[in-house]
Write a protein of this length. Structure first.
Length: 254
């Protein structure tokens, strides 16, 4: 039995080390982005931050720094998007709210962020415990732990069966929790109904067709709600209730 336990321990350690190695470059990229920002190379700094974001990091400070870099490089749409994401991850933060208000002044829109209830704040903070990729990776780790305990319980005559049985229950509950959060955070990352307009002077149409009548014009950085979508157009609604169709490549969902 001892060789089996030793093998399982080594396997579990290798899984953890693999995850650690995959993230080893993250602090270096973040530090490089900060250095470029201090040197006023704002576009380059934004690219470094975005590289981390695109790799799956869902961290308020990262989005906040990206927003500042985009704002300084006059990429208003991406600045508003980044500040909005940061505020969702860290609701009520005064610095994020202030910078988002500055970015919205560039847009010329009066977008108001409603205060969140205490349980909404708690839920957002819980989501921030890991990135979507982090929740998924730890789901795999706990799946291995559960599998090892199942093998030990049913196929090896080890003492302390009741403790292994308890471990099965606990690791099963944790696995369900991590898997559920992985699915939830992934869904939230890709299925939000809110979106930010990425370019200036975007024409909203009366129908999902390039030849349809122009209804109104959207500015870069405006926040809209996506009510419906086709493969090429999205039906958006403004805060005043106006609706129209715009090309989906002009929008970036929160």
């Amino acid at each position: 039995m001892q060789p089996f336990i030793s093998y399982c321990a080594r396997l579990f350690l290798l899984i953890l080390l693999a995850g650690t190695a995959a993230k080893a470059q993250s602090p270096a990229l973040f530090a490089e982005g900060n250095r470029l920002y201090e040197q006023q190379q704002f576009s380059e700094a934004a690219a470094k931050y975005q590289q981390l974001i695109d790799s799956g990091y869902l961290v308020a400070d990262l989005y906040f720094n990206a927003g500042n870099a985009y704002y300084k490089s006059n990429q208003t749409g991406m600045a508003v998007f980044s500040f909005e994401k940061a505020l969702r991850l860290q609701p009520g933060d005064a610095a994020i709210e202030h910078n988002l208000a500055l970015a919205n002044q560039k847009v010329g829109s009066n977008v108001e962020t409603l205060p969140l209830l205490f349980f909404e704040r708690w839920w957002l903070q819980w989501q921030q415990l890991h990135t979507p990729a982090g929740w998924a990776n730890w789901s795999i780790v706990w799946c291995w732990v559960l599998s090892i305990l199942i093998i030990a319980y049913f196929f090896f005559p080890v003492p302390g069966k009741k403790y292994i049985r308890l471990g099965l229950v606990v690791s099963g509950i944790i696995l369900i929790g991590y898997f559920s959060m992985a699915a939830w955070t992934h869904s939230q990352s890709f299925n939000s109904s809110d979106a930010i307009v990425m370019h200036d002077a975007v024409k909203a149409k009366s129908a999902p067709d390039d030849g349809a009548k122009d209804l109104f014009e959207l500015k870069e950085g405006m926040k809209v709600k996506v009510l419906d979508a086709t493969s090429q157009f999205g039906k958006v609604q403004l805060s005043d209730g106006k609706t129209g169709w715009v090309p989906v490549n002009e929008l970036r969902r929160l």
